[in-house]
Design a protein around this ligand. Structure first.
Ligand SMILES: Cc1cc2nc3c(=O)[nH]c(=O)nc-3n(C[C@H](O)[C@H](O)[C@H](O)COP(=O)(O)OP(=O)(O)OC[C@H]3O[C@@H](n4cnc5c(N)ncnc54)[C@H](O)[C@@H]3O)c2cc1C
Length: 334
């Protein structure tokens, strides 16, 4: 089959690779300049920032097996940061973080895993899919790009697979209203991220912290990761509530407020030499669908992503994305 995959995050790339191994001809459309989606790393003159997923964990046998293979190929490694819990207003009294979990990071940075998975695939970057239209038993895509004023038509494809956040899948699924209805149940929450580079080490005594009683929920020292470049770089994520309330703030305003919260939470008054805020409009699924993925064999349309539970207890994680992408490829091939 000639298959279009929309989205080159971990779920789309996992699915596309499996389908290509099965002998299908696959084209991946990605609206950004680079692959990786929410596992992206932003490069700056101060070093790279993993500003979406910081690390991942594995609870299923399938993902653990994949992790062993990635480790052998030196694509990822274990990461053992010193993590604490911070109470707002008492930055010097930090409690050790609860249960210990094995954590993994991609090396040399988070985006490198997806960049590796993208090798050998036909990926069209900076191509946003705006519409899916039927053509007999097949599908055409209406694709926009910054360089061309008029949307181009791509296809025909025998199958179309959406590997984008649920909220972005819904408007594309007007051709399959039952799937659109299901996707609409799995909305994702936003997250404001703050990227900071400091002229000197902050010497906080920990590498990362879950923060309570603050606009922030999580802070992490990016350069605590092995193989990351020198320099003192921190990433802070705002809480879900704050991110929802301030979703439409401009970046400058969000940056100022979050920087203030960072100083309050850590007790450090060192001023950054570089600060940027990034709005993840669709960050993490809070209410996943119970399935592994969606696939309609009659229509040849499907969806995968981290908004599927895929047999796991929680959602919105790298492991969900991987398992869901794998499951969709298996469903298409069956
Ligand atoms: C702030 C933050 C922190 C996180 N922390 C963690 C963590 O610590 N541990 C963990 O396991 N997970 C974490 N996650 C979640 C993890 O990043 C995701 O679960 C995973 O990366 C999702 O992969 P995906 O392929 O399903 O979706 P995505 O990575 O979102 O990929 C979807 C892709 O589709 C593209 N796209 C969307 N619409 C279109 C269109 N119309 N046309 C073409 N392309 C399109 C997007 O540009 C994107 O590249 C975090 C996420 C965020 C945002």
């Amino acid at each position: 089959m000639h298959i279009a995959v929309i989205g080159a995050g971990l779920s789309g790339l996992t699915c596309a690779r499996q389908l290509q191994i099965q002998g299908h001809s696959v084209t991946v459309y990605e609206k950004s300049r680079e692959v990786s989606g929410r596992m992206s790393t932003r490069q700056t003159e101060f070093g790279g920032f993993d500003y979406g997923a910081q690390y991942f964990t594995a609870s299923s046998a399938a993902f653990r097996k994949q992790i062993s293979a990635w480790k052998k190929a030196e694509l990822i490694m274990d990461w053992n940061p010193h993590l604490v819990r911070l109470e707002q207003g008492t930055p010097d009294v930090h409690k050790p973080a609860g249960r210990s979990q094995k954590r993994f990071i991609a090396i040399p940075d988070m985006s490198s895993l997806c960049k590796y998975l993208a090798q050998g695939l036909d990926i069209r970057t900076e191509q946003v899919v705006r519409r899916i239209e039927p053509l007999g038993q097949q599908w055409l895509l209406s694709v926009g790009s910054n360089s061309v004023a008029i949307d181009a038509s791509a296809g025909p494809f025998d199958a179309v697979l959406l590997a984008v956040p649920a909220d972005q899948a819904v408007p594309l699924l007007t051709v399959a209203p039952a799937l659109a209805k299901q996707a609409a149940k799995a909305r994702l929450s936003p997250c404001w991220a703050l990227l900071l580079s400091f002229p000197v080490p902050l010497e906080l005594g920990y590498d990362g912290a879950w923060v309570s009683g603050s606009r922030l929920s999580w802070i992490i020292r990016d350069n605590a990761k092995p193989e990351h470049r020198d320099g003192e770089r921190w990433v802070a994520h705002a809480s879900v509530d704050w991110s929802i309330e301030h979703l439409e703030d401009d970046e400058e305003r969000a940056k100022e407020k979050l920087l203030k919260a960072f100083h309050e939470a850590t007790g450090s008054q060192v001023q950054p030499v570089h600060a940027t805020a990034h709005r993840w409009r669709y960050a993490q699924a809070l209410a996943p669908l119970a399935e592994d993925c969606l696939w309609r064999p009659k229509l040849h349309i499907g969806a995968c992503g981290d908004w599927f539970a895929a047999g796991l207890e929680g959602s919105g994680r790298v492991e969900n994305a991987y398992l869901s992408g794998l499951a969709l490829a298996a469903a298409v091939g069956s």
